[in-house]
Write a protein that binds this ligand. Structure first.
Ligand SMILES: Nc1ncnc2c1ncn2[C@@H]1O[C@H](COP(=O)(O)OP(=O)(O)O)[C@@H](O)[C@H]1O
Ligand SMILES: [Mg+2]
Length: 604
């Protein structure tokens, strides 16, 4: 299975509408109601000038009031009928919009859950967010409001033309001559208006971006002394914004005037040709004036709706691409058959996991990378052992543990868990047995307690306390005014990185995983706390297979095995003592860091 990249175009026939049709199907009854009521409403719109004609011809020109009560009754009924039709069709459009939007979002959201780590590695949060939020929004409004506009206004236009033709074909044809003119004029203007509006929207988001950077990056801006440069950018963008906005306003003005002119032209035709209508037919004259003037708006709405269909195609394509994206890491049908998928795991078939890990001739290249990070890599980790991985930044340490966690799969070779290829069992099976603490920890919004319970929903108060204490996170909690009930903010942003690391560490412990992966998990924790964690480490890793990527080498001294990784290869392995005696790369790394630390503590 391959990942469909963002930039690869996919083209959909019929503006992508067939792709969206399945999402409209559940609401076909509402949509039908909406269309029927739209037709009813537009019938009243067509009827009004006819009623007016009758009044003028009959009551005024005929100088009688004989049918007046009936007339008033019909008029009143028509108004009430129109209001009801209007209400039902708008209601239908609104509810369809909301529901299609919701369905698309949940389809996108559910699909995102099935995608692997690597998708999120390659697509920014902003990109995904706008697929899920704005694309679905555009599509929702297309299948409701644009559809309704199209039905309503097209039927009005056709109906009024038919009535005009029936009453006075000659005059009707004269009035119809200007229709193509309006369509062309409006389409021209509309294109420019859309461009102008888009430019303004883009500028606006750039200015908002500048603004955000100015605030979130304020400290960095000040330390780099680039305030003037940032201010210059801001001034330039806002000046451009002003210029573009004025241009757009002018365009809108010119547009309004042109449309007014076109409408006056239609009136002029009626006045000019209408002169031939008999005086007793003054109502017909007025009816034509109403229809002629009433033609402008529908044309506008129809052109708008058509252009919505065209512009929304992009949104449909992008959303479709997301929905068609297959994860790099997928469970085979046989595996799903036996072990279930993420939404319905068949836990009864899951084997107990022990925690043996083996890399067998693994070569690995990132899906978007062209160089191999690992080549013919072999390593066997028996369960219960405590492995430390050290090496320079970019050596491939995180890649190794990503493969263990099956966030990525080997390009060649295999990773074995308990002696069997990881691909023979479900991702969920593996993930439910792994605790992973990242260098960049993530907490969910909510309280500290809620976050800890993600590790194990059934954890008792005592277990929570114990886990916190084990990783010295109890002190963090004790410092908080509300203790465990402290709100961590969105993404945990109210806590420092070090604090987040400790909480996510405790969360991983609570899950009681067979395999524990710590990827520079304490890199942002102060040295004193790290020492405390270090002394508790024995208790943390007992009975588990652990892979610890160490940021400070002093923390890995007790590991069963230390792997020194360089350029995706193990260049040295052994215990701390053995490696120091070997005087190789580990010794050099160690002494260098030791000296660095000594220097900085002297300086401090
Ligand atoms: N998602 C990715 N896509 C492409 N290349 C990556 C990705 N992550 C890491 N790499 C590359 O793989 C190599 C190893 O990275 P990594 O395993 O993160 O190193 P370490 O954790 O030791 O600092 C680096 O050259 C890095 O640029
Ligand atoms: Mg790393």
């Amino acid at each position: 299975m391959q990942n469909i990249q963002n930039d690869r175009p996919i083209s959909l026939p019929f503006f992508g509408i067939p792709r969206i049709a399945p999402y409209m199907r559940p609401y076909r009854r509402t949509l039908t109601m909406m269309v029927i009521c739209g037709l009813g409403g537009s019938a009243v719109d067509i009827l009004m000038p006819l009623l007016q004609r009758y009044a003028l011809n009959h009551f005024i020109a005929g100088n009688t009031l004989d049918t007046l009560p009936v007339y008033i009754g019909i008029y009143f009924l028509a108004i009430v009928f129109a209001a009801v039709m209007n209400f039902i069709s708008c209601n239908g459009a609104m509810s369809t919009e909301v529901r299609v939007n919701r369905d698309l979002r949940s389809a996108a959201f559910d699909h995102l859950q099935t995608l692997s780590f690597s998708y999120f590695n390659q697509n920014s949060v902003g990109y995904i967010h706008s697929r899920v939020m704005s694309d679905t929004g555009r599509i929702g409004s297309l299948v409701s409001w644009s559809l309704m506009d199209c039905v309503w206004h097209t039927s009005y236009l056709i109906g009024s033309l038919v009535v005009m033709l029936a009453i006075n074909a000659r005059l009707a044809l004269m009035v119809m001559v200007i229709l193509p003119l309006i369509v062309v004029l409006y389409s021209l203007f509309q294109k420019h208006l859309i461009t102008a509006n888009r430019q303004i929207r883009e500028l606006n988001s750039r200015i908002t971006g500048d603004f955000n950077e100015g605030i979130t990056g304020a400290k960095t801006i000040k330390t780099l002394v680039i305030e003037d440069r940032m201010a210059r950018d801001f001034v330039r963008d806002t000046a451009e914004m002003k210029q573009k906005s004025i241009r757009a306003a002018r365009l809108r003005g010119a547009f309004a005037i042109t449309m007014n002119l076109a409408s006056s032209l239609a009136l002029a035709i009626v006045l000019w040709q209408g002169g031939y209508i008999a005086a007793s037919e003054v109502g017909t004259f007025s009816m034509f004036m109403s229809y002629a003037q009433g033609m402008m708006e529908p044309v506008r709405w129809i052109v708008d709706a058509i252009s919505d269909v065209i512009t929304t195609q992009v949104n449909i394509e992008r959303l479709t691409r997301l929905l068609l994206t297959r994860s790099d890491v997928v469970d085979s049908p046989e595996v799903i058959e036996k072990y279930g998928d993420s939404f319905s795991p068949k836990k009864e078939n899951w084997e107990e996991i022990r925690g043996d890990i083996e890399f067998r001739d693994v070569s690995f290249r990132y899906p978007d990378g062209d160089e191999y990070v690992l080549e013919h890599f072999n390593l066997s980790i028996p369960f219960g052992s405590n492995i430390a991985i050290v090496g320079e930044t970019g050596a491939g340490k995180s890649t190794l543990v990503n493969l263990v966690c099956r966030f990525f799969e080997p390009t060649e070779g295999s990773v074995l868990i308990d002696g069997r290829d990881a691909r023979e069992r479900s991702q969920l099976w593996l993930h439910s047995a792994i605790g992973y603490v990242l260098q960049t920890p993530h907490l969910f919004s909510g309280t500290i307690r809620e976050n800890l319970l993600y590790g194990n929903p059934n954890a008792t108060e005592v277990e929570i306390e114990k886990a916190l204490k084990l990783v010295s996170a109890d002190e963090v909690v004790a410092r908080m005014e509300k203790g465990l009930d402290t709100d961590v903010g969105e993404g945990g942003d109210l806590l420092s990185t070090g604090e987040k690391q400790l909480i996510s560490f405790a969360r991983a412990i609570l899950a009681d995983p067979r395999i524990l992966v710590l990827d520079e998990a304490t890199a942002s924790v102060d040295t004193l706390t790290e020492q405390k964690i270090q002394s508790a480490m024995d208790a943390v890793i007992r009975g588990r297979t652990s892979l610890v990527i160490a940021h400070r080498l002093s923390t890995v001294r007790n590991a069963d095995l230390i792997l020194v990784v360089k350029d995706g290869k193990i260049v040295e392995q052994g215990t701390h003592q053995q490696l120091l005696e070997a005087r190789g790369p580990y010794y050099r790394l160690y002494t260098r860091q030791y000296e660095d630390e000594a220097t900085s503590s002297i300086l401090a």
